[in-house]
Design a protein around this ligand. Structure first.
Ligand SMILES: [Zn+2]
Length: 173
């Protein structure tokens, strides 16, 4: 039952051994044995399998780049709109390509983060039942929607952008 967990490298390894079934701290106990809390057998490998929960700073840091990218893109378009020069290629590029791309990026990071959190931080018992599982599921669906929607919008945006470029080129003649 103690298959090696593939580490995503997103979360720090644990400071102390813990039961990977229930999360009980196995401090001061023999290397091999049964968890005093839930009775599940543990080994040195399984006792070191649960990563530490991410700090808020670290979690926010992980989402900062795509969020910043979206914020900068929106600020850019807003600034250009204020100077009434919205019908130019750079604005179309930001609106049609950069924003959907960043949304897909945010979605991808959401999927990756929640997936890794579920498999590397949560003890088996929590992962397999209860409300937190449902919440994780909702977050994953949200991430998948962002990612899928972002990809579709990016593809559509690239197409539209190509049309814009062709349009601008024909104006130039
Ligand atoms: Zn346990």
């Amino acid at each position: 039952m103690n298959a090696a967990r593939a580490s995503s490298g997103l979360f720090a390894p644990p400071d102390e051994p813990r039961c990977d079934a229930c999360g009980f701290a196995l401090v001061g106990l023999p290397e091999h044995g049964n968890c005093p809390e839930c009775g599940a057998a543990y080994t040195p490998a399984s006792a070191r399998a649960l990563c530490k929960p991410p700090t808020v700073t670290r979690a926010l840091g992980y989402f900062a780049w795509p969020a910043l990218s979206i914020a900068i893109a929106i600020a850019y378009v807003t600034a250009r709109a204020a100077t009434s020069r919205t019908e130019s290629l750079d604005v179309f590029c930001v609106m049609l390509v950069l924003i959907p791309c960043s949304i897909a990026w945010l979605g991808w990071r959401t999927i990756r983060f929640t997936g890794a959190f579920k498999h590397e931080v949560l003890p088996r018992r929590v992962r397999e039942g209860g409300g937190r599982g449902a919440l994780g599921c909702l977050v994953e669906i949200f991430g998948a929607l962002l990612f899928g929607g972002g990809i579709i919008l990016t593809a559509a945006g690239l197409l539209l952008f190509a049309v814009c470029v062709a349009d601008f080129a024909s104006y130039g003649r």
